[in-house]
Design a protein around this ligand. Sequence first.
Ligand SMILES: *[C@@H]1O[C@H](CO)[C@@H](O)[C@H](O)[C@H]1NC(C)=O
Ligand SMILES: *[C@@H]1O[C@H](CO)[C@@H](O)[C@H](O)[C@H]1NC(C)=O
Length: 259
Amino acid sequence: MGLNMTLGARWLLFATLFASLLNNSNAVDSGSIIPLYIYPVTNSGGNAWQALFDAYRAHPINTWAIVNVNSGPGGRRKDANYINAIRDLHAAGIKTLGYVLTNYTRRSEAAVRADMDRWKQLYSPTGIFFDEMAYDDVNSKVQYYQNLNNYAKAQGYTYTVGNPGTRTIARYFNTVDNIVVFESDTGFPSTDLICSQDTNGKGRQSVSILPYNIGTLNTAAVTDAKACAGFIFVTNDSGNNPWDTLPGYLTQLFEVLKG
Ligand SMILES: *[C@@H]1O[C@H](CO)[C@@H](O)[C@H](O)[C@H]1NC(C)=O
Ligand SMILES: *[C@@H]1O[C@H](CO)[C@@H](O)[C@H](O)[C@H]1NC(C)=O
């Protein structure tokens, strides 16, 4: 009887601890990596990024805006609107990633390095976003991203993100700081799908997701996804460029992402 009591007490303790762990998953902070492919000034001269500033001020999470002048840093001339808008993001506490295209390694490393140089000269973003990242198990492709990441860090960029848009081979997690493992309009991804990504031991901070064409924000699904995705952005936008508006639920999303 005494033994049974002890086992029962142990079980109760275990169940209580487990339940509190589950409840505490709410307390996990996730950040947001946001494709901000929106010209910073509206036609009427307003701030086209205002909703992002508002969401961040209400719930200041670890926020990275991917800035994209023209599928990269654009031409040689500085765009004063971009200079001012990026300066304002940084002043508010939002960090930036300069967009560069890699075309699954089809672009030469030299061309990608030149884009990183131009980003630095013109706008000086905090880090670099490598779009169209390869995700096949090929040594030369892994090396390509390793080389570009090393170059980015040597130029003073502090953070790098790669975007295959789908789950990838674990060793790519050794090449950049964070990888987008889901960019799709096929509905909010299941926790199983996100958590099945092998991150080579890097963990949730190395994982981000970008579901789009999501009409209504399912806050329970976002809360669950936080367990395996350190960075989450969701939008109701869709079509050819689902990143050219910000969703009406952005502040609500930031509230859920905040622990
Ligand atoms: C990517 O590479 C393919 C094959 O070389 C080319 O046809 C395509 O135009 C490239 N895409 C971009 C966006 O540069
Ligand atoms: C997204 O939702 C906002 C309202 O929150 C709406 O104004 C906008 O038209 C929607 N965008 C798309 C592409 O459906």
